[in-house]
Write a protein that binds this ligand. Structure first.
Ligand code: PLP
Length: 385
């Protein structure tokens, strides 16, 4: 028997409540029944995004919403600034380039956060900049970027701040309206504990004003048409009905736990994972700006990248490896979404044992012990006798 544990930064495990909600017979989407569910999901997403704006639901993976954000707010030839500190930052450049935008890239060393000063300088050099495009959490390097500091720069300018929050929304406190984020994006298969297939995005009032003048071609992801429909609790095209029902169940779980507790849990699981890595003498990929969604850990010298495949196929524990220049060098342990203390303990135990299997000398339990010491903070009090 090989029991499976999914600890990758998307897709993430799906709770039984959500699986059951999605197993219900399909209802037709042009009905009051579906519209009632859709309306509740919309209200829940506004709470999750911490925004008064409409949160639009798209049938696509997260990249679809990234593309929609670009095409709906720009015209060909417009200038944009991209914070590129990893694979997802690079994706902003590819999308913007595909639509004929002029891109200034701020390259950030992998594992580091962008310096707000670098963004300020680029904005001074290019006052005509339409968009600053960045990640809140750059999943490929496990680094967290300073969205709040960048928002302070864009807020008082004509420039819109577009944030890929795909491993940040529902992970850490990222209040869209309070920070002045103009476009905030997430996807279903990360902290929302759903299968892949939905993307969510909200636009600020000034972003919607930009949409009215934007000439970049778009059709499926025409957000104006989408908003007109979604304000009537329906969608322009056939929605992913089962996934919308699943979102309804997932949001109920999130609000039953309460958002503040959800954020605290992610922070605690991340701290426990980092403490374990340090106790095992392993180096972190993003020590100064570690994301609470995923912890990147360098493999010790002599341990090949294939340990990730070994863990997945022989041990049953799925982590993510590294991409591009980090390929074969790191392991990424995700702790976002439907993940608790004992998933982290399992992850660390699997890592310790796999390192030993690959010939490393491991002080068994050192990582687990360090993790447990942190995870105790989340243990409920013992009831009085
Ligand atoms: C997962 C992820 C995406 C979305 O990728 P899709 O495969 O299109 O869902 C985008 N940005 C970040 C930071 C991610 O973690």
């Amino acid at each position: 028997m090989l029991k499976k544990y999914l600890l990758a930064p998307g897709p993430t495990p799906v709770p039984p409540e959500v699986l059951l909600a999605m197993a219900q017979p399909i209802i037709h989407h042009r009905t009051p029944q579906f519209e009632a569910v859709f309306a509740e999901v919309q209200a829940g997403l506004q709470r999750l995004f911490q925004t008064r704006e409409d949160v639009l639901i798209l049938a696509s993976s997260g990249t679809g919403a990234m593309e929609a954000a670009v095409t709906n707010t720009t015209s060909p030839g417009d200038h944009v600034i991209v914070v590129n500190g990893g694979k997802f930052g690079e994706r902003w450049t590819k999308i913007a380039t595909a639509y004929g935008l002029a891109v200034t890239e701020l390259k950030v060393e992998w594992g580091r956060a962008v310096e707000p000063d670098a963004v300020a300088r680029a904005l001074r050099e290019h006052p005509e900049t339409r968009l600053v495009l960045m990640q809140a959490s750059e999943t490929s390097t496990t680094a967290l970027h300073p969205v709040e500091a960048v928002a302070r720069l864009t807020r008082d300018r004509e420039t819109l701040l577009v944030v890929d929050g795909i491993t940040a929304v529902g992970v850490l406190d990222l209040p869209m309206d309070a920070l002045g984020i103009d476009v905030l994006i997430t996807g279903s298969q990360k902290a929302l504990m759903l299968p892949p297939g939905l993307a969510f995005l909200a636009l600020s009032e000034r972003a919607w004003r930009a949409v009215a003048n934007a000439k970049t071609p778009r059709f499926y992801f025409d957000l104006t048409r989408e908003r007109e429909n979604q304000q009537k609790h329906t969608t322009a095209w056939t929605p992913a009905i089962s996934l919308v029902s699943g979102t309804h169940a997932a949001l109920q779980l999130i609000f039953a736990e309460e958002l503040a507790n959800v954020f605290a849990r992610h922070a605690r699981l991340a701290r426990a994972t980092r403490a374990a890595a340090q106790a095992l003498g392993l180096r972190l990929v993003a020590p100064e700006c570690a994301s609470p969604a995923t912890t990147g850990i360098y493999l010790p010298d002599g341990v090949p990248g294939k340990i990730v495949g070994y863990l997945r196929d022989r041990v049953g524990v799925t982590f993510a490896g590294g991409q591009d220049q980090l390929k074969g060098k790191i392991v990424r342990i995700a702790h976002l979404g439907y993940i608790d203390a004992f998933d982290v303990v399992t992850a660390i135990a699997a890592l310790e044992m796999a390192l030993a299997a690959f010939g490393q000398r491991v002080a068994f339990g050192a990582g687990i012990g360090a993790a447990e010491a942190v995870l105790m903070e989340g243990m409920p009090p013992v009831p009085a006798a």
